[in-house]
Write a protein that binds this ligand. Structure first.
Ligand SMILES: [Mg+2]
Length: 279
């Protein structure tokens, strides 16, 4: 009984933190969506609070993901999305505008890269200057071999994220960009990407905070992953709430019903400035 009261207190603390925030930085998978379906509370959150979405997704662009959100009744605009794949393209366009780029990515991201970057042409260039490495579901033997050889000759890699998997239904997993990268990396000694855009790095969260125009302390970060979302939030200084089965449910944050608050537990073993972890 005492434990339940304690948990309820801690969940109430997370709810107060959520209510006090001027805007919400949200991970997507596991917080708003699960296997392509809206998680309970997601519609209410997006309809009632100013939100941005910070995700390691490197399959979709903000346009295609906004369309998916809207088809699920989730109110949003494409400007609210900060996605690892799309921002990897933007990063190269901004910082390496005249580099020739080999693109390993989904059709969506490859189309964006074609619009914004100078693509590697094997007929003209000896090797690419950069490889844009995203979640390419058609990564083949030939592509892996070409990437490995280019890297051996000095080509640098900008990668969307290093996640090995992301969760699917019923305890299954989806293969992620980091696992594909391992197939290339395994062939070359001591090679790391030049730039990693996604969480736990801060690139996406910093862009999101700039867009919102508030200080990090005035925001709250909702994430389900303590190895990517939580450190990214902590490094930028955004208070963090752990969403999910081991944390607090989104509907519980939105609800004022006391009986729902018994599920939350504060996690104190993850240190973060200005962060309260609920997990
Ligand atoms: Mg997630």
């Amino acid at each position: 009984m005492r434990n339940q009261i304690n948990n309820a207190d801690k969940c109430e603390q997370a709810r107060r933190m959520f209510q006090k925030a001027k805007a919400v930085v949200c991970d997507i998978d596991g917080v708003l969506l699960s296997s392509g379906r809206a998680i309970p509370g997601a519609k209410e959150l997006l309809a009632t609070r100013r939100c941005v979405f910070v995700s390691n997704n490197s399959t979709h662009t903000s346009v295609s993901l906004a369309a998916q959100f809207q088809s699920l009744g989730l109110v949003c605009r494409k400007e609210q999305f900060f996605l690892a794949g799309e921002h990897a393209v933007e990063f190269i366009a901004c910082h390496h505008a005249h580099s020739s780029v080999m693109v390993l990515a989904s059709d969506d991201i490859a189309r964006l890269a074609e619009e914004k970057l100078e693509l590697f042409d094997p007929a003209l260039d000896r090797k690419p200057d950069l490889i844009l490495f995203c979640r390419d579901r058609e990564l083949s033997f030939d592509k892996i071999q070409a990437a490995a050889n280019a890297i051996k000759q000095g080509t640098k890699v900008v990668i969307s994220n290093l996640d090995l998997t992301h969760p699917a239904d019923k305890g299954r997993i989806h293969t992620e960009t980091g696992a594909l990268w391992q197939a290339v990396k395994a062939q070359i000694d001591d090679i790391e990407p030049m730039v990693v855009i996604g969480k736990p790095g801060i690139y996406l969260a910093v862009q999101a905070v700039k867009f919102l125009g508030f200080s990090p302390q005035e925001l709250v970060f909702l994430g389900d992953n303590l190895t990517t979302d939580a450190p990214a939030a902590a490094k930028v200084g955004i208070p963090f709430i752990h969403i999910g089965d081991d944390g607090v449910r989104l509907v519980d944050l939105l609800s004022s019903k006391d009986e729902r608050l018994v599920r939350g537990v504060l996690q104190s073993d993850v240190e973060a400035p200005l962060a309260a972890f609920v997990g």
